[in-house]
Design a protein around this ligand. Structure first.
Ligand SMILES: Cc1ncc(COP(=O)(O)O)c(C=O)c1O
Ligand SMILES: N[C@@H](CCOP(=O)(O)O)C(=O)O
Length: 462
């Protein structure tokens, strides 16, 4: 299995190299050269298996010889051992044909743990074998950062820097990033929005002197390993509702497009998915693109679902690559237009293909709050604002096919929005109960590449 860049002019890499490399050197994202398919009989055989066994069977073909069978099995066992639910990703029924996939039982209470715990184990194994140390820099709108810190804190071979938008994450999210005591963890509050943080991260990857000097690695969904790990719960949930003998649909609260792209990969692998529904908050660039064909950035507006406050949706590039028949030069041109002018238009043919693969909906702030209130009233389920965006959009797409909406974070991460919407006080799990008493350690930084790189160099020199 080789991995190629969406921009077509970086060398192809093995799984291990792609995982440790992060962004391709031509600025693109790595994708598998071809997606392995799972025959119907193999999908049917997943029924009744543990989450870990499903994970092994779904991901094994993508890993090549990076890990032996037994190493990979051990990595998966360790990755999910700390989850607070035996099923790892349990399904809860909301309505006769509508199910919620609870992805928030990991150590930091968001779906990011599914991938981050796994790549944490994979990085450790690969780095120990190579005798290398790396510097991870991540950009976060709230959840990736804490999940990355949790997966890598205290490791000898890794320093982890997390850039988050100053004042634009919830207090619980911020404290999850600023209170770990380990010296290899560095929380950076950037004066900008998430798009700025992600843009500076990509700038760092494109500054080869810095990249090679600090041995930069990425754990955002830039990293293919992140997307791959998220493919698994599409299989586990669909099979528990009768796939491959019956189709299912998914609605995914979407920002950086990594999670729904994982669903798209599951479908390419052979999982019978009917609809893949993109649910956006008021930062609705993906919904607008599907509606008009114009991908036009308009600046991020803060919302009560802050983790989805994103306008430059990194993994959309991976979808474009497929839609443009894997022509890296076409994708590179669109991305150049985006960088220079803040927008690009997809061709009519590409738009039709996109619309054949995804449908979309947008939810306002008021609708998000109303959804939290009504879900609590009618089902007793307390939704986080991101999950509420998903449930609201899903409601427009219910039919005979079972719909699974991804619940991407625990409501306790967003207590103010949840309390305001449905009056409920949701407490943090006991292991985090003292989060508000812990000391915070954070550095404010300008949205400036030079300032960020200098800070990272200085910290590494200590
Ligand atoms: C809670 C939550 N929901 C949804 C999303 C959107 O997921 P993605 O960026 O993969 O589209 C994020 C951020 O990634 C998130 O943290
Ligand atoms: N919502 C994310 C944004 C980063 O997404 P990623 O999947 O690329 O890591 C967050 O919570 O940080």
């Amino acid at each position: 299995m080789r991995y190629i860049s969406t921009r077509g002019s970086a060398p192809s890499l093995s799984f291990e190299e792609a995982m440790l490399t992060g962004l391709a050197r031509d600025g693109g994202l790595y994708v598998p050269e071809s997606v392995p398919t799972m025959p119907k009989s193999e999908i049917a055989a997943l029924a009744g298996l543990s989450y870990e066994e499903v994970a092994y069977r779904v991901m094994r073909p993508f890993i090549g010889d990076t890990f032996s069978d037994s190493e990979f099995g051990e990595i998966i066992e360790k990755a999910y051992a700390g989850f607070g639910h035996d099923a790892r990703a349990p399904l809860v029924q909301l309505a006769p044909n509508h199910f919620l996939l609870e992805l928030f039982h990991g150590p930091t209470l968001a779906f990011k743990d599914f991938a981050m715990q796994l790549i944490g184990q994979m990085f450790q194994k690969a780095l120990a074998r190579r005798g290398e140390r790396i510097t991870i820099v991540g950009a976060t709108s709230g959840d990736t950062g804490s999940a990355a810190i949790e997966a890598f804190r205290g490791l000898e071979a890794v320093d982890v820097f997390v850039m988050f938008p100053h004042g634009r994450v919830s207090e619980v999210q911020r404290r999850q990033m600023t209170t770990p005591v380990e010296g290899n963890v560095h929380a950076l509050a950037v004066h900008g929005d998430f798009d700025d943080c992600q843009a500076r991260l990509k700038d760092m990857f494109n500054d080869f002197e810095f990249r090679d000097g600090v041995r930069l690695a990425g754990v955002n969904s830039i990293n293919w390993g992140r997307v791959l790990a998220q493919v698994v719960y599409y299989f586990s949930s669909a099979v528990s509702l009768g796939a491959p003998h019956r189709k299912v649909s998914f609605t995914v609260p979407t920002g950086n497009f990594g999670d729904i792209f994982a669903g798209y990969i599951a479908k390419k692998m052979g999982l019978p998915i009917d609809k893949l529904v993109i649910a956006t908050n008021q930062n609705d660039i993906l919904h607008r693109t599907l509606t008009s064909g114009a991908y036009t950035t308009m600046g991020v507006t803060p919302s009560i679902s802050p983790s989805m406050d994103i306008q430059v949706s990194s993994n959309f590039e991976r979808a474009l690559f497929d839609i443009y028949d894997c022509e890296g030069s076409a994708v590179a041109q669109l991305m150049d237009e985006l960088k220079s002018g803040g927008s690009f238009n997809v061709s009519q043919g590409a738009l039709e293909r996109l619309r054949g693969l995804f449908v979309s909906g947008r939810v306002s702030e008021e609708e998000t709050s109303a959804m939290i209130k009504s879900a609590f009233k009618h089902t007793g389920e307390v939704l986080c604002p991101h999950s509420a965006v998903g449930v609201k959009v899903a409601a427009d797409h219910l039919g005979v096919t079972p719909m699974i909406t991804l619940a991407t974070a625990h409501p306790a991460k967003f207590p103010a929005a949840v309390k305001a919407a449905c009056g409920q006080d949701i407490s943090l799990p006991p292991r985090m109960a003292d989060l508000f008493e812990r000391d915070e350690r954070v550095t404010e930084v300008a949205n400036d590449l030079g300032a960020l790189e200098t800070l990272i160099w200085e910290r590494l020199a200590l």
